[in-house]
Design a protein around this ligand. Structure first.
Ligand code: TMP
Length: 215
């Protein structure tokens, strides 16, 4: 019983563009390390040498853009390598995994954003990582108009960030629909408020969630 209660946790962080994900991930990482849990921090697309190369191809603005299906298969190719060589082994060693995006991003971006049927994405998820699914997913939620403004203010935009507002509205809607499907797994943070308030929301949620997870 004890071993089950103390099973290592797989935590993912999601959100549209300009939600402050990088900053908030650092905070989450620091908070988890302060709890003393062994932790592997990683990201998607990426997290392995192959994954980082695919990430480069996915984000580059030059050349012909991949078709939506090619894009989907690239994120899942990166994920197959990542789950098998990084995420699942870490969990098997008893480490917690904190991952910047995972399959929910494929539902939001390739499904809701690009229009690929959700069943196809579900089939790939079941094929690629049948046993490896997040215990907790934190959604940093912001109105895409505000998010895009922030992303643009940061400077050079990647291939995704160059999409127009309706794409990001669909992505946000996709994330919120996934929250409704599986509310117990998700925690939604209002990322439209100032940084201090976002951090406060995260602190409250982590204190409560981690206490339950390591009890
Ligand atoms: P990042 O902005 O979190 O660094 O992620 C890079 C981009 O990759 C982001 O715009 C979302 C996109 N992405 C997908 O389209 N599908 C996926 O499955 C993942 C993991 C990311």
């Amino acid at each position: 019983m004890q071993a089950v209660m103390n099973a290592p946790k797989f935590i993912t962080v999601e959100g549209g563009e300009g939600v402050g994900k990088t900053t908030q991930l650092r905070l989450i990482e620091a908070r988890l390390r302060a709890e003393g849990v062994p932790l592997q921090v990683t990201r998607e697309p990426g997290g392995t040498s192959l994954g980082e190369q695919l990430r480069h191809l996915l984000l580059q603005k030059e050349g012909l853009a991949p078709t939506p299906m090619a894009e989907l298969l690239m994120v899942f190719a990166a994920r197959a390598q990542h789950v098998n060589t990084v995420i699942a082994p870490a969990l098997a060693r008893g480490e917690w995994v904190l991952c910047d995006r995972f399959t929910d991003a494929s539902f939001a971006y390739q499904g809701f954003g690009r229009g690929i049927p959700l069943e196809s994405i579900q089939q790939l998820a079941e094929l690629v990582h049948p046993q490896t699914n997040p215990d907790l997913t934190i959604l940093l939620d912001v109105d895409p108009e505000i998010g895009l403004e922030r992303a643009r203010a940061r400077g050079e935009l990647d291939r995704f960030e160059r999409e127009a507002l309706p794409f990001f509205e669909a992505v946000r809607e996709g994330y919120l629909k996934r929250v409704k499907l599986e509310p117990h797994r998700w925690r939604v943070i209002d990322a439209s408020v100032d940084l201090q308030q976002v951090e406060q929301q995260l602190e409250t949620l982590l204190t409560e969630w981690v206490a339950g997870a390591i009890a």
